[in-house]
Write a protein that binds this ligand. Sequence first.
Ligand SMILES: Nc1ncnc2c1ncn2[C@@H]1O[C@H](COP(=O)(O)OP(=O)(O)O)[C@@H](O)[C@H]1O
Ligand SMILES: [Mg+2]
Length: 503
Amino acid sequence: MPPFKTELDLYIRSRYPVIYVTTWEEERAERVLTEVAQPLGKELHVWTSSEGFRGIDASCTGPLEALDMIARSGARAVFVLKDFHVYLEDAKVIRRMRDLVALLKKSFKTVVLLSPQSKVPVELEKDFVVLPLPLPDAGELRAVLTNFLKSLDGARGVRIDTNEALMERVVKASLGLTEAQAANVYAKAIVNDRAFSMDDLPLISGEKKQVLLQTGLLEYYDSDQSVADIGGLDELKRWLGERNDAFSEKARAYGLPEPKGVLLLGVQGCGKSLCSKAIAAVWKLPLLRFDVGAVFGKFMGQSEENMRKALSIAESLAPAVLWFDEIEKGLSGMKGSAAADSGTTARVFGTFLTWMQEKTKPVFVVATANSIEDMPPELLRKGRFDEIFFVDLPTLSERQTIFDIHLRRRKRDAKKFDVVRLAREGDQFSGAEIEQAIVSAMYTAFAQNREFTTDDVSRSIAETVPLARTMAEKIEELREWAKWRTRPASRIPAKAPLTTPAP
Ligand SMILES: Nc1ncnc2c1ncn2[C@@H]1O[C@H](COP(=O)(O)OP(=O)(O)O)[C@@H](O)[C@H]1O
Ligand SMILES: [Mg+2]
């Protein structure tokens, strides 16, 4: 039995009073519930606010009446209440539910709440168990595909290729979709060219990307960033270069483990986000940006679900790069949120850590962080990431390269600029500040209707107070912390302390 069914079966048999099943797939959930209830000799009664209890009592459409009806019933049954979450904000309903819970514990009746979201009021936290219905597995999707193709049997002018290899690849490409979404995508594939063949695979995976990312938790990046756009950070580049083929069959055959992930810690504006995008582009993997803040829903259960959902989507797109940009911000945001109570934060974060530890799909995690203050120590522990890189301010020669890169990016001949001078003047500037100096020099010159020069850039450097100066102490602290715990992303590890004046 699949794990979800096993768990459901166990909860029902151990007389758990209320099981809260979260899913968008009502029909499928009902089918699964029937499959579990039947062998236990239990009837399945389904309630909606529009029809009451289907087939047995159409009068009790109100939430209180529904709960009363369950309390009165002498049946051995599973009572499924659809979309009941909307009523769980009402004090009367909560009270009645608590009374019912006490009754259910001594009966052979189970209540199953079925809705897309879980909203569990605190009063009922101890009596509800939240059980998210996982997305359909390969077997279930295979059934959807078979049924769909069968329904086309005899349709005129439709050409269907049904070789085993194609079926397998279609099912694999559909993993991560709900049954309804999969059926829609298959229909679309047919409408397209009146045929179902290998040619439809890109359409199916393309559709899948769209559907999955509508969840609002992940953003799909089409990154064309190349390593050549990054100035300096040679050690990091070398490390990544060595792992170019790390996700290949060849690497597995060689006996290499799949890389787990990398944490880029360091000074703001020095290229951490840039590198994240480059990793995905160079490895030719989809880049999925994970919005940590969006995971934290207001109600218990929901946040963990969101986390699981996002992770399962990422896995369904594997091999992929899963990107947590400025992870410390998302993690500190959750401290102040309503969800932070009752250990939600710890559980959601625990879900993530466990997943990192146990993931079997090739999903490479890239996390970036500008500070360690809000970073949970568990995340920094050895073995979570393959490596923690420290990204410091660029050195003199790195600054030259960065000036060079950004001048070229603006279609300028870098040789016409005194890049050595600018790099020297831009002491303690980050990559972002270097870029900004060029842009503001361009604005000035553009307004005067002329080409910009080294002097213009030099002037905008003089007018800028780099972050490194205003936040010297913070950066020193970060460096001190990083010294023994991280690996420098640049080859020249010794940097002049920020407090001594530039030569
Ligand atoms: N090492 C670098 N090489 C080239 N450009 C850089 C570098 N560091 C920063 N930049 C420029 O500054 C921008 C912001 O940098 P970003 O990668 O977002 O910094 P971080 O994520 O470390 O705060 C980049 O998009 C890029 O244009
Ligand atoms: Mg960034």
